[in-house]
Write a protein that binds this ligand. Structure first.
Ligand SMILES: [Ca+2]
Length: 173
């Protein structure tokens, strides 16, 4: 029947129009999806590998590190919710070097295994000293991780005070 055929065509055309409108509504041209579904627009590559690590100590004009006080530095990151994976470390160094007040000293840390930037989720810095007798040392530090995509990650703290009966600094970033 002709009337029925016309009705069917009208129905199909209407359905097509609805589909087209629906498609437009769902992907309006020139409008970006909301930020929560967009990937972060940082230049860093999460797969970038850790290339080197170092710590810089600034000892202001307050209290030096005695020449015979050894330093140990360990950087941890989270693994299965706990700060137990060592990123980089250096033990018992500069036990023959006075960190005069004021002075600046840098130390390369040894990287422990292969680690990517994405795996460094949070950082815990542990600095321990081993004085021979009495020694108070007041300092600031900056930890720097360098990745093979040219990016760096820096963490720092000011006015840290360690002494013979308070030998350990620990801070989680
Ligand atoms: Ca001192």
């Amino acid at each position: 029947m002709k009337a029925t055929a016309m009705g069917l065509v009208t129905l199909i055309l209407s359905a097509l129009v609805i589909l087209a409108v629906a498609a437009l509504v769902h992907s309006p041209s020139g409008v970006q999806p909301p930020s929560h579904v967009r990937p972060p627009s940082t230049a860093t590559t999460s797969g970038a590998k850790l290339k080197s690590a170092k710590i810089v100590f600034d000892t202001p004009a307050e209290d030096d590190k005695d020449a015979d006080t050894k330093i140990s530095v360990t950087l941890f990151t989270k693994e299965k919710g706990k700060y137990k994976r060592i990123v980089a470390s250096k033990n018992d160094f500069d036990g023959d070097t006075d960190y005069e007040a004021p002075s600046r000293h840098e130390k390369e840390l040894d990287i422990q295994g292969e680690i990517t930037r994405a795996q460094v989720g949070g950082l815990r810095v542990v600095i321990e000293i081993q004085p021979m007798g009495l020694d108070t040392w007041i300092f600031s530090y900056k930890v720097q991780l360098n990745f093979d995509d040219g990016t760096t990650l820096e963490r720092a703290a000011d006015s840290v005070k360690l002494k013979e009966d308070d030998r350990k600094h620990e801070r989680t970033y």
